[in-house]
Design a protein around this ligand. Structure first.
Ligand code: T4K
Length: 385
C-alpha cells in the first residue's frame, strides 16, 4: 500500500545543522549578552555589508519595523506613491506614520511599479516613492530615480524579497535613499525573524540606529521618538551561520526554477515569468505562474486542487493591498485604475520553492498542473526496487 506523501508548502525555512548553531548559543550563554548591539549583532552587520556589497546596514527585529523606521528617518509625510501588488506590510508602514498611500499600477512583465504611472500620481503633498522589488526582481531603478530627482522626492525600496540581487554589476540595494530587507523565516536568508535598512552613508545609519533604540544616543539623551527595533544576539548569531550556507541555498533555488521552467513551458494556459537577462538579477525567492483564461480550470480551482494534493502554493499577492478595508476607500485604490495589478492578482499562484524541495516534489507540482491542462508528463515514474 502506498503511503500518502507529506504536504509541501510554498516555502520552508532553510536552517543550518543544529550542531553548527550550538557553539554560538554557548557564547551567548557564557557572555549573557542577549541584545542591544552585542558582538554577534556587530559582526553580522559587518559580514552582511561585505556579502551584499553595501556600505551601511542596520539590523532590525523585522522588516515591517524597519520600513516604519526608514520613513521616520527621512521625515516622510503627506503622500507616498507605492504599489498595490505587495505584502500588506508595505502600505501598513505608511499608515503607521500617518502617511497616505497613493497606489499606481504595475508592469505586466516584472510585476513591479510601472514608472510611467508615477508622474501622474504626484501632487504637492507627495514626498516619496516606495516601490517593491517584487519577488526579488529589480525595479526600473533608473527611471524611478529620474522621476525622484525631477520632483525632489525620496525613494525607499521595499527590498524584502531582494536579498543578494544584483543590478548592472552592483547590489540593487544601493539604489534609492534607503532599502529595507526582510530576514523572515519565509525569506531567502532568514534569522527566524529579522530585517535591515541599507543606508548610503554613516550619518544616516547612525540616525537609524538611534531610532531603532528608542531614540537614545547615550545613557541620558533621547533625540527622537524612536522604537525598539533591535535584532537580538540570538537572531544575529543565526544570521552569521546562515550566511555560510546562503550561496548554496540560492543556487539550489535557481536549479528548482530551471526545472519548473523546463516542466511547465508550453503548457497551455500557464504563463511563466520572463527571467531577467542577467542571472545575477534573480535570487528565485518565489516562482510565480499565471493561470490564463485558456487553462481548463480557474486559478482558484487549480490552487484548491493543489491544496487537496498537499501541494500548497500561495496566491501572493491576492487580494491586492488596495482591496483591504483600510485602503479601499482611497481614490487611488479603485480597481479601474489598477487593471494590470488586478489582473495579475487574479491569475497568480506562487509555486513551492525552497532549497530542500526535492526534484521529485517539483515534478509532482508540475505534473499536477500539466495533468490538469491535459498534458501529463510523459517521463516514466522512477522505479523503486
Ligand atoms: N514587505 C514585503 C514585500 C514582504 O513580502 C514582507 C513579508 C514584508 C514587507 C514584511 O517583512 P517582515 O516584517 O515579515 O520581516 C509570509 C510572511 O509572514 C511574511 O514575512 C512575508 N512577507 C509574506 C510574503 O509571506 P504568510 O502569511 O504567507 O506566512 P505563513 O505563515 O502562511 O507562511 C507561508 C508558509 O511558509 C507556510 O505555509 C509554511 C511555511 N512556514 C512559515 C513559517 C512562518 C514554515 O515552514 N515555517 C515558518 O516558520 O506571510
Amino acid at each position: 500500500m502506498s503511503q500518502a506523501k507529506p504536504p509541501i508548502y510554498v516555502t520552508q525555512p532553510d536552517l543550518p545543522p543544529l550542531e553548527e548553531f550550538l557553539p554560538y548559543l554557548r557564547k551567548i550563554w557564557d557572555s549573557r549578552v542577549l541584545t542591544n548591539g552585542g558582538p554577534f549583532h556587530q559582526q553580522l552587520e559587518a559580514e552582511l555589508a561585505s556579502y551584499l556589497g553595501v556600505k551601511h546596514i542596520s539590523l532590525f527585529t523585522n522588516a515591517t519595523i524597519a520600513l516604519v523606521t526608514a520613513l521616520q528617518s527621512l521625515r516622510i509625510t503627506g503622500e507616498v506613491i507605492t504599489t498595490p501588488y505587495s505584502f500588506v506590510a508595505t502600505a501598513h508602514s505608511l499608515l503607521w506614520n500617518g502617511i497616505k498611500p497613493v497606489f499606481v499600477d504595475i508592469d505586466p512583465e516584472t510585476f513591479n511599479m510601472d514608472p510611467a504611472r508615477i508622474e501622474a500620481a504626484i501632487t504637492p503633498q507627495t514626498t516619496a516613492i516606495m516601490p517593491l522589488h517584487c519577488y526579488g526582481r529589480p525595479c526600473d531603478v533608473e527611471a524611478i530615480q529620474r522621476i525622484a530627482d525631477d520632483y525632489n522626492l525620496k525613494v525607499i525600496y521595499d527590498a524584502a524579497h531582494a536579498f543578494g540581487v544584483q543590478h548592472e554589476g552592483q547590489s540593487v540595494l544601493c539604489h534609492g535613499d534607503l532599502s529595507v530587507l526582510s530576514f523572515h523565516a519565509t525569506k531567502v536568508f532568514n534569522t527566524f525573524e529579522g530585517g535591515a535598512i541599507i543606508s548610503p552613508d554613516a550619518r544616516t545609519k547612525q540616525h537609524i540606529d538611534h531610532l531603532k533604540n528608542f531614540g537614545f544616543v547615550n545613557e541620558t539623551t533621547v533625540v527622537a521618538t524612536g522604537i525598539n527595533g533591535k535584532m537580538s544576539e540570538f537572531n544575529a548569531a543565526l544570521g552569521l551561520l546562515q550566511l555560510k550556507h546562503v550561496d548554496q541555498a540560492i543556487s539550489r533555488r535557481g536549479a528548482i526554477a530551471r526545472l519548473y521552467r523546463e516542466l511547465l513551458s508550453g503548457v497551455r494556459g500557464i504563463s511563466l515569468p520572463v527571467p531577467p537577462a542577467d542571472p545575477a538579477s534573480a535570487n528565485d525567492a518565489y516562482f510565480p505562474i499565471l493561470v490564463e483564461a485558456d487553462f481548463p480550470v480557474s486559478r482558484d480551482a487549480l490552487y484548491q486542487q493543489m491544496k487537496e494534493e498537499g501541494l500548497n502554493g500561495r496566491r501572493y499577492f491576492h487580494p491586492l493591498i488596495s482591496e483591504f478595508p483600510m485602503y479601499r476607500g482611497l481614490p487611488s485604490a479603485s480597481n479601474a485604475l489598477l487593471p494590470v495589478a488586478k489582473s495579475v492578482s487574479s491569475r497568480v499562484i506562487c509555486l513551492p520553492i525552497y532549497p530542500s524541495l526535492s526534484d521529485e516534489d517539483v515534478r509532482r507540482v508540475a505534473g499536477l498542473i500539466r495533468q490538469t491542462a491535459g498534458q501529463a508528463l510523459t517521463q516514466p515514474e522512477p522505479v523503486h526496487p
